[in-house]
Every structure is written in C-alpha cells, then in structure tokens.
Write a new protein. Structure first.
Length: 713
C-alpha cells in the first residue's frame, strides 16, 4: 500500500505539535509527489473523514488557498468569511463558516515537497500575529525536513487515503470518582451528550437518551443523523459542521416525531462538541433559535422486494455537501481531463467507490476518456469497443437508464458473456445525459458489496448529471483549444534556420487561461553565412484577430530584415498603423553580425534581452524603448550595439516569462538574469526548459528564443 512516508506516526505527531505551537485548532498536511500535478492530503487533525475526503487531492492549478501557496511559494492568509468569499468562492460555498486560514508551502533544498493548511476559530483576529507567523514558518521548516527525511527512494508518494489524527482533548480529569461525576451530571437540568470530531456520540446521559427517544447503548458510537432518522436533515449536520469549524457556540431547535420540540445547544473545542438538550416550548413562544422542521426520510427498502436488510446509503446532509462541492468544482473544470480528475476526486470519496472510468462515443465506438483506480492494461481491453457491443457501459448510454449490480453474479445474469477481470464486488453504470441526450457513461466500482439504496441511487443520478454537463463543456473546450493552438502553431516558424557558429532553442507556452490563441511570436532569419536577424514580439490580445495580426507583423519583420534594426521596426510600425487594427504590438529586433561579433538591437516597447557571458556573468541589454508598434506612424526607433563574445548566450523573451502580480518588472528581469546565470549554457534546450519552468504557472503566454554564439576563426 502506498504511503506518503516511512514514519506516518512521527509525521502525524509533528503535525499536532505544529498545530499546537501555532495556536491553531486544526491542521492539514499535503505532499507533492515528484513531477506531480496535484497535492495529496496525508494527515488532517480534528476533522471528520467525510469533510476531509473532498479535499484529499488538490490540483496545483485549482483556485484553492493551498494550491496558490505552493504555486506562489509564499503564505496565503484568509482572515474571515468575507475575504474567503471574495478570493476563493468555491471554498466559501462549501465551507460557509466563520474561521481563519493560513496555507503555506513546505519547501526544501530540492524544491517544494508539500503544503500546510492551518485553521483558527472564527474568533481569531483578521490579521495573523507576528508570533503566529513565526511559529508557522518554524513549523513549515520542521515538517519539510521530516518529509524529506522520511521520503522513499522515489520521493514522496500519495497515500491511499488521508489519515484522520485525533486532536488531544483540552479537558483535565477532575479529582472525583466516576459515580460522583455521574451524579453531578444527572442533577443538571435537561440532557447532555458529547460528540467527537467525527460527529459520533461518545457520551450520552440517560435524560438525553430519553429526550432523543433512543437507548444510550444504541446511540454511543453512532452519528446522530444515522441513529436518529428524523435528524437526517441538512440543517442539523450543517449546524454541527459550523460549530466544529468555527469553534463558536451555536443552537438550533428540532422536532422529534411526532411533536416533541427540542432545543440543542452546541459548545465546541478542537477535540469535539458538548451538547445540552432541553425540551422546548412551542415555536411561537420564547424562541431560542431557528426551528428546524424535520420529516422522516424515504424508506431504504430494496426495490426488488428482497427481505435482506440493506445498508443505508449516505445521509441527505452528506449527499448535499458532496453535491455542492462537486458542483462548485466542476464549474471551474477546463477540458475533459480536468473533468475526469474532478469527478474522481469528488465522487469516489463521497460514495466509497474504489475505481471509476468515464467513457464517450466516437466514430461508432466507445472510447475511455479517463479512469482512476483501474490499471492501464485492464482499461485497454475495454477501450474502443463497438457501441453495438452488449456491455453495461454501452447499454446505459443507449437507454439512458442506470444499471446497478450488487454482485458479479447479478451482472452476469444480465450479461451472460461478461467475464470478471477485476477484484471489485459491486458496480454502478450510469448514463451521462446533457442537453437531453446521452453523451457518455460512467462506471463506479466498489471493493465491498454495495446495495445501492434509493437515496444513493438518487444521489448518483444527480451527481453524474453535473459530470455530464461539465463533460459537454470540457469536450467543447478541448475542440476549441486544439483548433486555436493548431492555428497558433501554423503562424510560428516550423523550423529555425541553421547558421555556422549559432545554436538556437525556441519555446512557445500558452498561459492556460481559456482557449484563446495569443499574439506572441519569435523568429530567426538567415541573412547570409555570417549574419542573421532575431525577432520576438507580442501583439495585444488573446484571440484569433491577435493571432492573425501577429502573422502579419512577423511577415513584415521578415520582409524588412537586413535593413538596420531601427528601419525594420519603423517599416513594420507603418504597416501596422496603415492596417488600423486597433491593436498594438511590442517587438525586439536583433541584427547578429558573427564576423564582428556584435549585436545591434532596437526595441518597440519590448522587455530587454539578457546576455550570459561564458564566465557565467549576465548583462541586461538595455535599449531605448520606442513606442509600441501601431500607435504613431512617424514613430522613430533607436538602435544600440553590444558585443557578442564567444561562448555567450542571448535570451529573448516575451513578458509572460517575467510578469508576476505585484512584482516590479525591473526586479523580475533582474531575477531572470540570475536564473540565466545559474543555468548551464551547454544544452540550450535544457536552458530553455529551465527558464520556462521558472515561470510556471505563467500569467500570460510565453515566447522564448535562446541563441548561443560560438567561437569563430
């Protein structure tokens, strides 16, 4: 079984220490596997399993505090509910409670190894104190060091499931015998009970059991909304979650059928919740809090009529929680791969499934779009089957009716030719219906027998309906993305010319925001055996018009190449003004004279080039920035010469490589020069990849041209 480290107990103990030292109430520890694109939750303190599992895997590009902290390499602080709603609406929608949060990266010598999330009660001040910040920094260093020490040879690996670490109780034993304590509690008015952080009863007084209408032995160890069906309403579980997360007292009223009003007062701390229960007055007299009207849930009988008792499915409150989380997540899913990942992240933990596959028709065959929990060899056997094949996945898509199988014998009764190729015990095959027709099917597989009671079947139908809508959007996005970037590639040079004494590497990297094409371009033009021209630029906008104009600018530069750099930009500028596209463009043009070993540069509002010398020192080649192309027809441009010593490397780039929110451009260019200085110049492709990785994730498209100048006779 995969483990995040070789000493989970030590890691969990240290996480608890860090939570305590920071004065926080709860903590979540994430690891980032090598070359991973997601953070995986290793341990969480004082939180129910059901609340933790939807956050068990967090994609690095997701708009979630811990992902932002890891991407940005710095602490993210959220002081209150209003700030959470403004900056992270998805998280706020699913956790609409009063709490403060800090998310921080866990960084080591080899890079970031994970992330830490700390929660404080809603009573915490909006600002993080200096002492708390110092404690967070120290805790991050300690956890980073431990994760690096305990990682296996292949680095950190994601766990099968996050570990739920009990938070130590803050209570101290009273110097009294248990009988005296029982007598003390019995003398208090009303009933009392205690819930642990998972929501289960750990202590129930006889009066509390009487008020709840159940036996003490039947309650201890159970969840209220499981043991008492009349409490299985979203509002009650939401009050529990609110008290647990915010650590602020709350109260509510509910009716125990048929007509007994009860008042519940919840008093939380990090180790659990103490509950006081009293008999209430009629709702129109002396109200204590919002009245929660409850009703018995639908029966959980087997629709087949069998007498075998069936296990209850997820409660209505839990299903609503997962439905909201999935809905919020899928609204931000981009592309089919993202939809598959989000569906697996949310559906499998919520429903206890251990494997999932998502399929869609194409050219008369059923293709597997993605899967989780199955191995590739097994999936290859089911990929590309004819739609006419007699299989559950094809049948549910054809009929639009879900199929549920509690055992393989039951599946084979419906599909005699079926052969069991996995170790799963139960399956749910669900049609993905969007815009009134089936666009695919989804299968969930379970390790243990699953009876699929009506509440779970209804929940699955609602959940996969959201997946179907997101899949339809994702397929449209992927189609648009492919067309857009094929257009982008067609407008960039397919091959760069070779020239004796020059080595070159080029990269183009879209920012990933939307499917639009961009206006970034690069070019290397051979003028003769000893001279060449290099150009890089950025046309305003991220759409087809920007890409088309980029092609015209690049063509104009190519046609004028060979003239002086100032004249090349002047000619291109006049063309752009005459076209009147209502767009501007930046451009840096470089004339390379390999005999004189000189570079002559002119700039139209473009970031300056960086030159790396053979000894590793770097120089920013400052050029007077002329007006952007396309603004003023009579604009003039100034050229500046710089020497090109043997063994040097010239780096041309667009602003997406250096642009960062809140970072001064000059500081960003200085940081780029340091990055170029630290990189080895021998392999230009490796250098280009290194520079691109340093800008991940980019806030804008990136064009990069790296030119190495060799010695000449």
């Amino acid at each position: 079984m995969a483990q995040a480290d070789a000493a989970p107990d030590a890691v969990d103990a240290m996480l608890l220490e860090v939570v305590r030292d920071c004065g926080a109430s709860r903590g979540m520890l994430y690891v980032l596997p090598p070359s991973g694109d997601a953070l995986w939750l290793v341990s969480v303190t004082g939180t129910p399993r059901e609340m933790a599992l939807p956050w068990a895997r967090v994609g690095l590009t997701e708009p979630i505090p811990v992902a932002d902290a890891v991407r940005g390499g710095e602490l993210v602080w959220i002081g209150d509910m209003e700030e959470m709603a403004r900056r992270y609406p998805r998280t706020s929608l699913v956790l609409p409670y009063a709490f403060a949060l800090a998310a921080a990266p866990l960084a080591g010598q080899g890079g970031i190894v994970g992330g830490l999330v700390l929660l404080w009660p809603g009573s915490h001040p909006p600002r993080l104190g200096d002492d708390e910040r110092e404690a967070v920094d120290i805790g991050c260093r300690r956890l980073s060091l431990m994760l690096r020490r305990t990682a296996g040879r292949d680095g950190l690996r994601p766990p099968d499931e996050p570990r739920i670490v009990p938070h130590p109780s803050q209570a101290h034993a009273a110097p009294a015998r248990s009988g005296e304590l029982a007598e003390f509690v019995a003398r208090l008015p009303g009933g009392a009970c205690a819930l642990d952080v998972t929501g289960r009863f750990t202590f129930v007084t006889p009066e509390a059991a009487r008020l709840l209408g159940a036996g003490t032995a039947d309650l201890v160890g159970t969840l209220p909304w499981e043991a008492l069906p009349w409490m299985d309403v979203p509002e009650i579980e939401d009050r529990y979650r609110s008290a647990l997360v915010s650590e602020q007292p709350t109260s509510f009223r509910a009716v125990r059928p048929p007509d007994t009003p009860l008042v519940f007062e919840l008093y939380p701390d990090p180790s659990g919740i103490s509950v006081r229960i009293t008999r209430g007055e009629p709702w129109d007299a002396n109200p204590v809090g919002p009245a929660l009207t409850t009703a018995d849930p639908p029966g959980l009988s087997d629709p087949s009529g069998a007498d075998e008792p069936l296990a209850a499915g997820p409660g209505r409150a839990g299903l609503l929680y997962h439905l909201m989380h999935l809905a919020a997540t899928l609204t931000e899913a981009v592309g089919v791969k993202d939809v598959v990942n989000q569906a697996a992240d949310q559906l499998m933990p919520a429903l206890g499934a251990k494997a999932m596959a998502l399929m869609a028709p194409r050219d008369g065959r059923l293709r597997i779009l993605g899967y989780r929990g199955y191995d590739a060899a097994l999936m290859s056997r089911f990929d590309d089957l004819p739609l006419s094949a007699n299989t559950p996945a094809a049948r549910v898509m054809d009929t639009g009716t879900p199929h549920f199988f509690t055992s393989f014998d039951e599946l084979r009764a419906s599909y005699p030719e079926a052969v069991q190729l996995d170790d799963k015990a139960s399956w749910a095959f669900l049609p993905l219906v969007a815009s009134g027709h089936a666009i695919g099917s989804l299968v969930l597989a379970y390790d243990r027998p699953q009876h699929f009671p009506p509440t779970e079947r209804a929940a699955l139908t609602a959940l996969v309906g959201l997946v179907a809508q997101a899949l339809e959007r994702g397929r449209l996005y992927d189609t648009q993305y492919t067309v857009a970037h094929q257009l982008q590639a067609a407008l960039l040079p397919r091959h760069l010319p070779s020239l004796p004494g020059l080595r070159v590497a080029a990269r183009y990297r879209p920012s990933g925001h939307g499917v639009e094409v961009g206006g970034d371009f690069y070019d290397l033009i051979r003028l003769d055996d000893t001279t060449a021209a290099a150009a890089i630029g950025d046309v305003q906008g991220h759409d087809v018009d920007a890409a088309a104009l980029m092609g015209q600018v690049r063509t104009a530069v190519h046609a004028a190449a060979g003239a002086s750099p100032a004249d090349v930009l002047g000619t291109t500028n006049r063309l752009l003004v005459d076209l009147d596209p209502d767009r501007f463009a930046s451009c840096l043009y470089v004339h390379l004279d390999l005999v004189r070993r000189m570079a002559c540069l002119a700039s139209a509002g473009h970031p300056p080039a960086v030159l790396r010398h053979a000894d590793g020192s770097t120089e920013v080649l400052r050029v007077p920035p002329g007006l952007l192309l396309g603004i003023e027809r009579r604009a003039g441009y100034t050229a500046v010469e710089y020497p090109l010593p043997p063994g040097c490397v010239l780096v041309l780039y667009t602003d997406g490589l250096v642009e960062r929110p809140g970072l001064d451009l000059d500081d960003a260019i200085t940081a780029l020069a340091r990055l170029v200085a630290r990189a080895g110049p021998g392999d230009l492709d490796a250098l280009a990849d290194h520079l691109i990785r340093g800008a991940s994730p980019p806030v804008d498209d990136i064009a990069l041209l790296v030119i190495g100048v060799g010695p000449f006779a």
